[in-house]
Design a protein around this ligand. Structure first.
Ligand code: ZN
Length: 641
């Protein structure tokens, strides 16, 4: 996923209060039995997942067949899932699945797809943010279970958009966001990244709409409302993905393409023309792309994240469509997940940095291969500065890569720490061992762990057995435990630098200090990254006159580039530059990407009059936001849903 949002102290306080109760598999009858002896045992114990009630060590789901109908009037999915089971011991009869706000209509058990009989089940009490465990008694001999169910209109993993909330304004839209633990709000499943399944799906929609999934999609023919999908590679549940809308397709290359609403398709295809080259660059570094096709889906603007690495079909925010490919590092990021995350997965949400730190590192290597070292350096510096900001404001325990998430929503761990600190750790290994040795190790890590889920301990063991063993002198200088288990950054941690930024910093200083006119700045030739740096480098006491002058020279208030506009609007709030307020409102109503809107609401909420304005805007904007974004924003504004 790209990109983290700023963790607020408030969200932290709320999250830490939530207890873990009935969700603990130890509490179930099945878990009281001795653990089965066999190859599964060590893996499942090491990868114990506090955020799932499932019991894969006893009975594991290996495959799912989904059959769902989308009802846009009721804003629900309705139908069934048939799950195939592997039992560690034939005497085990209790299957535990995760659910959240699902209405379970019936449960049957079968053998070899036949002999279906009613199965006993109960839905345990719900726990905050974890949902309710579905406990099913599987008769001896049965190897499948079929569950008929429907989702809630408030399902945390689904967003239903009215036609007015789409680009085309004529048809409704829905999309899923399963990471971290939202798959359970639309499919009863073993919702842990340690459990991988293959699946098929049949999705029925109203005519005129197209369903797409993170799977093998049918060829993009007419929109008849009945679609079938297969995913032959085993994936963790957080990668289950479905979107439905007035979607058309355009090929970008032999194995790459883009889906978008018709009015967005040409613009999207133009911005994403480098996708095929990106796949080739990543393959050159890390070995063959394992998933067949790589397509992208450009979503309506309410998508709460930058992108989501759903296998074979990255979901992306339209805010990356800057018009000049300056924000496509997001595509590099999501593509990188095809190795770090989708191929080698974090086994629990504590190990999330194995996904995102590795992905941020690989993303910058792809950017370097395609756009050169200078651009990669600039992005590394922007990331480093963002990380420094979080290290200053976070409690020590939240600065740790191998974070303790007991009793907390895993979404709370999605900060810059796993992304940027994780990336710096890999960069420090690259600097210590040299690029050739490090690259060979990283490629090997992806090959050795392909289609498995790994813990932080697995990584430490792998490094010890391979890269460190081959280079003992260099290994002696690596502070492995400090990187992984301590807050802050170890002494001697890499500090990315950019020559281009040094020049921008100088100009920000002299110009804001009163030297020269704004229209004499070389802003017309600056890249997006240089603009971001310039705006970041302006001092807190910048005068309103200087703001006006800069705006007049470069039209910053009306910039279409969502990242530059974000930085500028942040300054506008800070300096009460009221000329930008109408644009601020339009921006907040039009965009739902959490990383871009949350800091603006936070800045507004710092003053009483700003907060009133924020609440006024939020009233108009909130219905268009995703439940995940709403959950982050409500506490900032004291909003009672
Ligand atoms: Zn990511």
């Amino acid at each position: 996923m790209r990109k983290p949002f700023l963790l607020t102290l408030l969200a932290l306080a709320l999250a830490t209060a939530a207890p873990l109760r009935a969700q603990d598999p130890e509490a179930s009858d099945a878990a009281k039995r001795p653990m089965p002896v066999g190859p599964l045992r060590r893996d499942w114990e090491a990868a114990r997942d506090l955020h799932s009630a499932a019991n894969p060590a006893q009975i594991r789901v290996t495959h799912m067949d989904l059959d769902l109908k989308a009802d846009f009037a009721k804003r629900i999915l309705e139908g069934s899932v048939r799950v195939s089971l592997k039992k560690a011991d034939e005497n085990l009869t209790t299957l535990l699945l995760d659910t959240r706000e699902l209405e379970i209509q019936s449960v049957e058990a079968g053998t070899g797809g036949k002999a279906w009989t009613k199965a006993e089940f109960q839905l345990n009490a719900a726990t905050p943010f974890l949902g309710a465990a579905l406990q099913i008694t599987v008769p001896k001999g049965a190897d499948q279970v079929r569950i008929a169910y429907r989702t809630s209109p408030a399902a945390s993993g689904l967003q239903w958009l009215s036609p007015a909330q789409t680009a085309g304004k004529k048809q409704p839209f829905m999309f899923s966001q399963s990471q971290a633990i939202h798959a359970r709000s639309w499919v009863p499943c073993q919702d842990s990244p340690a459990v991988r399944v293959t699946f098929t799906a049949r999705i029925r929609t109203p005519k005129g709409l197209r369903a797409v999934m993170g799977a093998k999609n049918p060829p993009p023919g007419p929109k008849l409302g009945d679609y079938r999908f297969t995913m032959e590679k085993p994936i963790p549940s957080y990668l289950l993905a479905l979107a439905i809308g007035d979607l058309d397709f355009r090929a970008l290359g032999k194995r790459t393409g883009v889906y978008a609403e018709p009015s967005m398709l040409a613009k999207s295809a133009k911005e994403l023309t480098d996708t095929e080259r990106m796949v080739a660059a990543a393959e050159k570094l890390y070995g063959p792309y394992a998933w067949g096709r790589y397509d992208l889906l450009v979503l309506p603007p309410s998508f709460p994240f930058g992108g989501m690495e759903n296998p074979r079909l990255t979901f992306a925010t339209p805010t990356i469509l800057a018009g000049d490919k300056s924000l496509v590092s997001l595509v590099a990021h999501e593509l990188a997940h095809s190795w770090s995350g989708n191929l080698v997965t974090n086994a629990t949400w504590r190990d999330f940095w194995l996904n995102e730190g590795f992905t941020t590192y690989v993303e910058r290597r792809i950017v370097e291969a395609l756009y050169g070292r200078e651009r990669a350096d600039m992005e590394a510096v922007l990331g480093y500065n963002s990380l420094q900001g979080e290290l200053k404001s976070f409690a020590a325990r939240d600065q740790v890569l191998h974070i303790d998430l007991a009793g907390r929503d895993p979404d709370d761990g999605m900060t810059d720490i796993p992304y940027e600190k994780g990336c710096l750790f890999l960069r420090s290994l690259e600097e210590t061992f040299g690029r050739p040795a490090f690259d060979a190790w990283l490629k090997g890590w992806f090959q050795r762990g392909a289609f498995t889920s790994r813990t932080t301990a697995d990584l430490e063991q792998d490094l010890t057995d391979t890269l460190f063993k081959a280079n003992p002198d260099k290994a002696a200088t690596v502070h492995l435990a400090e990187w992984i288990k301590a807050p802050g950054l170890p002494d001697g941690a890499p500090r990315p630098e950019s020559k281009a930024f040094a020049a921008v910093d100088g100009l920000a200083k002299t110009w804001s200090g009163g030297e020269g006119r704004a229209d004499a700045l070389p802003g017309k030739t600056w890249s997006t990254q240089e603009w971001l740096r310039f705006l970041d480098a302006l001092p807190a006491d910048l005068s309103l006159d200087r703001m006006k002058e800069l705006d007049r020279a470069f039209g910053l208030t009306e910039r279409g580039n969502a990242e530059i506009a974000h930085r500028w609007l942040l300054l506008a709030v800070r300096h009460r530059y009221e000329a930008a307020y109408p644009r601020l409102e339009r921006y907040l109503v039009a965009i739902g990407r959490r990383k871009l809107i949350k800091p603006l609401y936070e800045e507004l909420a710092k003053t009483p009059e700003g907060k009133l304005m924020a609440i006024d805007i939020y009233r108009k904007a909130r219905p268009g936001y995703h439940p995940i974004a709403q959950a982050s924003l409500d506490p900032i504004l004291g909003w009672k849903p």
